[in-house]
Design a protein around this ligand. Structure first.
Ligand code: N01
Length: 543
């Protein structure tokens, strides 16, 4: 395609601003270029990769299989790239992001080390005015937020934080230089996916590791291994058809060997259930919760899977008291993001690892020499905050986004996020959010959801251009209906029963509500396609 659609008024004016150069922003840039639209991408990090640029903590690794967690838009790309392991580690995924950036010459349109601080819609000029922390001011007809769902780090404000004389880290802002914990007393706060991945590795290196656990988590073994070249060849031979299956599936990944079951867990005998769960446990990964059809909808069915994992924890952990502390009991399995690990529970058998329940003894303060709970003082040289993210909305709300007539997104979302399809927000014309709240996003293989959103947005901008439409904006009634639909589907599941980040429950003061769309990527994709085919039903279009 040519540049003829690009009509910037001044050098600082472009057709589209994209915020974020993770997998979403990178592919968006590629598609916008194909449309001939002048595009500028702003990225807070020093290079591409998004979450994989920031999360360099030991053990960081994908929990979706590598062959699924990669772009499908270019057959050449998917054929030429070789993954080494079933679940790729962060350095390999970052190498892949770099490869994509080079292959498609993306970096020349990306401004790195620059954070977008404000985005305001100019009603009269029908342009977004974007400001950055380096003082740039740029205008664009369209703005695409490709910020990632888990990019706004959450660091609890424990008293005395500044007084601690050792080093502190957050898993999502890990230093680029190697961190050596040898000989150190290390404390890790949190037991979510990030902590569960790093705990076994830190335990092997540190003199002593103390894990501060507020809520025990369910974790299943990854059973990670090098990929078998023959299996890869076989899959690559049918990659396009396989990718299509992923797009039409429920979660965007197929857990290759573990077909989803249509059967209720309660119809199976205890022996059948045990066999099914054990086979899936041994295969590793999320497949465990695809064993029966009703694990996310019936508490009784769910309990059978929860009990299976609790039994494995009791089996793996030598000390029965520590095993008891590790047993998740307060929420259905899967309703907080299931963790996928390598040697997590077995790490508690090491003599240099201590587990502290901060549900029982609350953290009172950080001190110059460590951390004090209501029951004891812990001397520490380094403290890792594996305390998660202000998920799905946090990164958007960090930017001062203002739509029509100065309408603030922070005000519109004061009681929780409102969005049409997770793609567009009433009152904010020509603004798109990739994998925003109300879309499958974090419940799916993010690469599948990102590609679908990017393609939908590109198709939409092409449509607008062809018909000389200047503005597109979600209608409030369509948005309300979509939000009600998202809530209704979530309420039919067990998800709202957990204090999860899906619910906003991990952030003090955040409105409680289930944010992602639980209906599945295939169903969601069809609905988005129908809406586009109907001339962008639910959107107001103006010339
Ligand atoms: O964060 P989390 P994460 N005092 O929110 C605890 C993806 N991911 O970075 O459960 C004490 O899950 C908190 O306790 P509680 C994946 O989607 C994927 O680990 O709220 N503790 C919890 O234990 C994942 O779900 C991979 O009671 C506090 C922990 O900190 C998401 O990212 C790898 C606290 C936070 O767990 C987030 O994972 C890593 C406080 N004030 C991440 N505040 C893959 O495998 C929080 N906690 C691909």
């Amino acid at each position: 395609m040519t540049d003829q659609r690009s009509s910037p008024d001044r050098s600082s004016d472009v057709d589209v601003i994209v915020v974020g150069a993770g997998f979403a922003g990178m592919y968006m840039l590629h598609r916008l270029r194909e449309l001939g639209l002048a595009t500028r991408v702003y990225e807070a990090g020093g290079d591409v990769g998004g979450t994989w640029y920031w999360n360099r903590y030991p053990g960081a690794r994908c929990d979706i299989e590598s062959l699924d967690y990669s772009y499908s838009f270019s057959d050449e790309l998917q054929q030429e790239w070789d993954w080494s392991e079933r679940y790729a580690a962060q350095p390999e995924i970052l190498r892949y992001a770099n490869h994509v950036a080079e292959r498609f010459d993306l970096r020349r349109d990306i401004t790195f080390n620059t954070r977008v601080t404000a985005a305001q819609y100019d009603d009269a000029g029908r342009r977004w005015v974007i400001e950055t922390d380096s003082g740039e001011r740029v205008t664009a007809r369209f703005c695409v937020m490709a910020l990632g769902c888990l990019s706004a780090a959450q660091v609890p404000q424990f008293p005395g934080r500044e007084s601690f004389r050792g080093r502190t880290y957050h898993t999502g802002a890990w230093p680029h230089e190697p961190v050596d914990f040898s000989g150190q007393r290390v404390g890790i706060i949190g037991t979510g996916s990030s902590a569960i991945q790093m705990i076994p590795l830190v335990a092997r290196q540190a003199a002593h590791l103390t894990v501060f656990q507020r809520t025990p988590n369910f974790s299943v073994p990854a059973q990670n291994r090098p990929l078998d070249p023959e299996a890869v060849r076989e899959l690559k031979a049918r990659y396009p058809a396989y990718r299509q299956e992923l797009r039409e599936s429920r979660s965007g990944y197929l857990s290759v060997l573990t077909p989803n079951s249509e059967r209720s867990a309660l119809e199976a005998t205890p022996e059948e259930r045990e066999r099914e769960y054990m086979a899936r446990w041994q295969r590793g990964g999320f497949g465990l919760l695809a064993g029966f059809a009703d694990l996310y909808t019936s508490r009784e069915a769910n309990d059978t899977a929860a009990e299976f994992v609790q039994d494995r924890i009791r089996e793996i952990v030598d000390d029965p008291d520590i095993a008891e502390m590790l047993l998740p009991r307060t929420y259905p399995i899967g309703t907080k993001r299931l963790c996928v690990d390598t040697d997590y529970y077995a790490t508690y058998n090491r003599p240099n690892v201590t587990l502290v329940s901060i549900a029982q003894e609350q953290i009172e303060a950080l001190t110059p020499t460590g951390l004090r709970t209501s029951a004891a003082e812990y001397a520490l040289d380094s403290i890792v905050f594996a305390t998660g993210y202000d998920a799905m909305t946090g990164a958007l709300l960090k930017i001062d986004i203002r739509g029509r007539k100065g309408l603030r997104l922070a005000d519109v979302w004061a009681d929780g996020p409102q969005s049409y399809l997770g793609l567009s927000i009433a009152g904010f014309p020509n603004l798109f959010t990739i994998t925003g709240p109300g879309s499958p996003s974090v419940l799916s293989n993010m690469l599948v959801s990102i590609e679908q959103h990017v393609a939908w947005i590109a198709g939409c901008l092409d449509f607008l251009h062809e018909r000389e439409i200047a503005e597109i904006e979600a209608r409030a009634e369509a948005q309300d209906a979509w939000c009600a639909h998202v809530d209704k589907l979530a309420d039919a599941t067990l998800y709202p029963h957990a204090n999860s980040w899906y619910m906003g429950a991990n952030i003090p003061g955040k409105p409680r509500g289930f944010m992602p769309y639980v209906g599945g990527v295939g169903r969601y994709r069809s609905r988005c396609a129908e809406i586009a085919a109907a001339g962008y039903e639910g959107f107001a279009l103006s010339r």
